[in-house]
Write a protein that binds this ligand. Sequence first.
Ligand SMILES: Nc1nc2c(ncn2[C@@H]2O[C@H](COP(=O)(O)OP(=O)(O)OP(=O)(O)O)[C@@H](O)[C@H]2O)c(=O)[nH]1
Ligand SMILES: [Mg+2]
Length: 201
Amino acid sequence: MPGFFTSIFQWISGLFFSKQAEIAVVGLQASGKTSFVNVITSGQWSEDVVPTIAFNFRKIRKGNVTMKIWDVAGQPKFRSMWERYCNGVDAIVFVVDSVDHDKFNTARFELHQLLGQPTLVGVPLLVLGNKNDLDGHVPVKELIRNLELDKISDRPVSCYSVWPTFSHRRLFPCLCFDLAPVLDEEPTQLVREPPVITPQL
Ligand SMILES: Nc1nc2c(ncn2[C@@H]2O[C@H](COP(=O)(O)OP(=O)(O)OP(=O)(O)O)[C@@H](O)[C@H]2O)c(=O)[nH]1
Ligand SMILES: [Mg+2]
């Protein structure tokens, strides 16, 4: 019975307090965007992910938050499309392979090129340093330096180190927290001291 009342309460509160958020997930190919989106939408991790062609669209509801997610392909031929999918979203999620040191320069170039688009001024940015389960991953402070996130001054920016395989339960709250300004809650700071999301073993 208590479960029944809880469900009814959630349903009613959802009607009155429901919020919508739309995000675009971008980043270089094989950085783990689709894996991340799969984990937060269905809780499922699989190593068999095919490279995305153009984009995938997912819609999920958690509690009273409905989130629309554009998972955009990262191969060079698709990068010119990023701006189109980021235009009008509540936050841009930029995924970086935190082990692939050779690609940091390209990731920084593509990120800053994207953020330089006049249509995207002010759109909050969440950077996820992915694959922190692997040896050689760089910590968040180094990611901030490598991607020059501290030079971004026209929007809220956050950066986390993540590993979707085991931390998916913490990823959605992390996203909601970063969308707090969008959801009319407490404001975030510019590149705040980031919590590192460690795997739950
Ligand atoms: N070890 C580890 N591997 C990961 C992680 N996230 C993704 N991968 C692997 O990285 C590879 C690429 O993942 P995808 O999710 O397809 O990458 P993507 O960014 O969507 O790539 P595109 O669609 O081509 O832009 C796959 O083999 C995944 O299994 C992670 O956190 N840890
Ligand atoms: Mg993909």
